[in-house]
Design a protein around this ligand. Sequence first.
Ligand SMILES: NC(=O)C1=CN([C@@H]2O[C@H](COP(=O)(O)OP(=O)(O)OC[C@H]3O[C@@H](n4cnc5c(N)ncnc54)[C@H](OP(=O)(O)O)[C@@H]3O)[C@@H](O)[C@H]2O)C=CC1
Ligand SMILES: CC(C)(CO)C(=O)C(=O)O
Length: 311
Amino acid sequence: MKIQKVTLIGLGAMGVFFAPQLEDFLGKENFRVLADGERKQRLEDKGVTVNGINHKFHIITPDTTGDEADLIIMAVKDTGLSKAIEDIKNQVGKHTQILCVMNGIDSENQLAAVYGWEHVLYSYMRISISMKEGKADFNPQLGKVHFGEADNTELTDRVKAVKELFEASGIKYQIDTDMRKGLWFKFMCNIGENMTCALLEVPFGAFRESEHANAIRHKAMEEVIAIANRLGIDLGEEDIKRQDARIQQIPFGNKPSTLQDLENGRLTEIEMFAGKVVEMGKELGIDTPYNWMFYHAIKVKEEKLSGRFLP
Ligand SMILES: NC(=O)C1=CN([C@@H]2O[C@H](COP(=O)(O)OP(=O)(O)OC[C@H]3O[C@@H](n4cnc5c(N)ncnc54)[C@H](OP(=O)(O)O)[C@@H]3O)[C@@H](O)[C@H]2O)C=CC1
Ligand SMILES: CC(C)(CO)C(=O)C(=O)O
């Protein structure tokens, strides 16, 4: 299996981690961005500017038929996932593989429910990029896409094919031996960090200085560990310690995406973060009071965005 044609849906912060290198390697015809309507027009007219270079990628629409991709990369937000799952329909052929690089632990399940696990690999990102008005500046060497089967003790043909593509196009990647653990570790960090920072309106720097911010972060992460353990995922206190050390190195003023969403007047991915923890806690009989509070408090912050409580 060789990947020659790639379709990306979601040319935002995470999408631009891949797009320039894939276009360089595959050529303009074989690297396509899926979009329609006003979004297509905007991407064709203005493109996106990545590290100072303007790119106008080859845009195709969801109704394009007979031109399936070997690989689909999905980099939309949770709020756009259901529509994106529909939009890729004509891109999925017999051998197509899909990487959905979103945060959270559920996007792969949602994709597999529609297209089948034979088309879906696990994936998540470890890099922070912020995109505003079609512009993003970042060092692609400082982050990675993680991907693979649930268990990668031995690489399957489809994982080898994606690995070969990323190597050839210079995209930094990592294949975790246990991808489900990787995904849940990232989820646990997002719950602790994104939710706490969004609730308290503080940047990552708060975790260097405030025992109170860390107390909330730790309790929220412990709820994720309790759920993960019940599902047989080997996450524990040592993983919290690992992240405690790492968090000291994040630039003081950086903000997780949930706080950035609120500050930019956008709805957040609260349903796939605290919402999912509360939902799974209920199903498994595990109390999740910290995530319950995050869920409802951040929902109120979203309601405030529309000016709902102005006197
Ligand atoms: N940003 C970060 O640092 C990180 C983000 N993540 C995760 O990655 C995922 C993506 O986040 P991010 O890249 O920041 O989000 P962005 O909002 O920057 O990008 C999402 C992109 O998807 C586009 N889009 C949405 N729906 C469709 C559709 N149906 N067809 C075509 N394009 C569509 C949006 O277009 P438009 O703008 O026109 O609406 C936008 O360009 C999220 O789950 C996030 O949590 C993970 C790690 C780090
Ligand atoms: C960039 C990073 C890793 C920081 O928590 C993230 O996933 C987010 O902001 O949503």
